[in-house]
Write a protein that binds this ligand. Structure first.
Ligand SMILES: NC(=O)c1ccc[n+]([C@@H]2O[C@H](COP(=O)([O-])OP(=O)(O)OC[C@H]3O[C@@H](n4cnc5c(N)ncnc54)[C@H](O)[C@@H]3O)[C@@H](O)[C@H]2O)c1
Ligand SMILES: [Zn+2]
Length: 339
């Protein structure tokens, strides 16, 4: 078991990797707790939840809304939650994002913790304190920065996760290594097969190192004024790909990283052999690395990027595996290099 502590403001957030979800009760304060989960997790794990009230939300991004928040607030009122009530989210990124936001604003803020159940949420969504919901189709339009008291990461829960969702989570692990840690990248290259088999020691190492990278970046720049932007490696393309194809986030991030690494080569920043290593590792983890890209549609979707500055865009490139650099690029140049 490995623990990472993130200290921001007045709170220390504890991320425990390799802890059993069955020990959740030990993390709860002595007062009242309420669980927020989704219908899948409730069906699979509800029988081992601590004996406290449960609020379950529907599945998918379409439930990451104000309506779901309103439903949660109704239930919290019904259950007579007060400012000492502890909220536990048990689920993937959607449950954690929604429940973290609900807890942060209900009665000006209740304490909360996460049991993070999908690989994507274990390495990314449950770390860093961003909580929120979508609004009028815009992703994460409403939200807050607020760290949970604890995050429990139990890799045995990944056994019940859909295989495609599982593979998708590896994209964020490769991203963490690509932007910050060449040694971790080498480890990934050596252990693809064990990782795909969810071998506990390999998974705990991969998750621990990725969380460490993300938490260090977050500590330097909690509110994403500068440094935190390197976490967006591959994401400018990915958001556009997700939007135009409906792929899973990690699949789109995989393609986005390949495009961003190739672009880094074209701009003379990165040797071609390094971008090949990235594509190969992603491919061996069962992630897509090539697609029939409709480049004009992609660029038009990229023009809607939140990070747009007029005719320019700030994008994350690599100058070697393990080091990300942020550079301004014009849409014109992007079009020229991509087409
Ligand atoms: N806050 C952040 O910093 C941050 C970062 C990255 C992503 N996100 C958000 O995370 C969300 C995506 O998260 P996600 O990929 O975990 O999606 P998700 O929460 O929808 O989970 C994926 C699916 O897997 C199921 N599931 C989860 N864990 C399971 C398990 N152990 N066994 C069986 N089924 C399981 C869920 O019920 C769901 O159907 C997006 O909304 C994204 O915006 C947030
Ligand atoms: Zn991502």
């Amino acid at each position: 078991m490995k623990t990472i502590e993130i200290a921001t403001g007045t709170r220390v957030s504890k991320i425990v990797i390799g802890e059993s979800y069955k020990n959740l009760s030990q993390y709860l304060p002595s007062g009242r707790s309420i669980i927020i989960t989704d219908d899948n997790i409730l069906k699979l794990y509800g029988h081992v939840f601590p004996a406290v009230p449960v609020i379950s939300i529907g599945l998918g991004e379409k439930n990451k809304t104000l309506d779901t928040l309103s439903l949660i607030f109704d239930k919290l009122v019904e259950l007579e939650a007060d400012r000492s009530t502890f909220i536990v989210a048990i689920g993937g990124g959607i449950v954690c994002d929604v429940a973290g936001f609900a807890a942060s604003v209900f009665m000006r803020g209740l304490p909360f913790g996460f049991v993070s159940t999908s690989l994507l949420s274990q390495v990314d969504a449950s770390v860093g304190g961003k909580n929120g919901v979508n609004f009028r189709g815009y992703k994460n339009m409403l939200g807050v920065f607020n760290q949970p008291e604890f995050v429990i990461i139990d890799t045995s829960m990944l056994e019940t996760l859909d295989k495609r969702e599982f593979r998708s989570g590896f994209a964020e692990i490769v991203k963490a290594a690509a932007i910050r840690d060449e040694a971790l990248f080498g480890y990934i290259e050596k252990h693809c097969a064990d990782a795909l088999n969810n071998k506990p020691d390999v998974m705990e190492k991969l998750i621990h190192e990725s969380v460490l990278i993300k938490s260090r970046v977050v500590l330097l720049d909690e509110k994403e004024k500068g440094e935190r932007k390197i976490l967006n490696f591959g994401h400018t393309f990915a958001h556009a790909i997700e939007h135009t194809t409906g792929m899973l986030h990690g699949e789109a991030v995989s393609l986005g990283m390949v495009l961003a690494a190739n672009l880094s080569v074209k701009l003379g920043l990165l040797p071609g052999s390094e971008s090949d290593r990235i594509a190969q590792a992603l491919h061996r983890l069962g992630l897509p690395v090539t697609m029939q890209t409709d480049h004009p549609a992609l660029i038009s979707a990229m023009k809607k990027d939140k990070k747009r500055e007029g005719d320019f865009l700030h994008m994350v490139f690599l100058d070697r595996i393990g080091n990300a650099v942020i550079k301004k690029i014009s849409y014109k140049q992007l079009e020229k290099e991509l087409l």
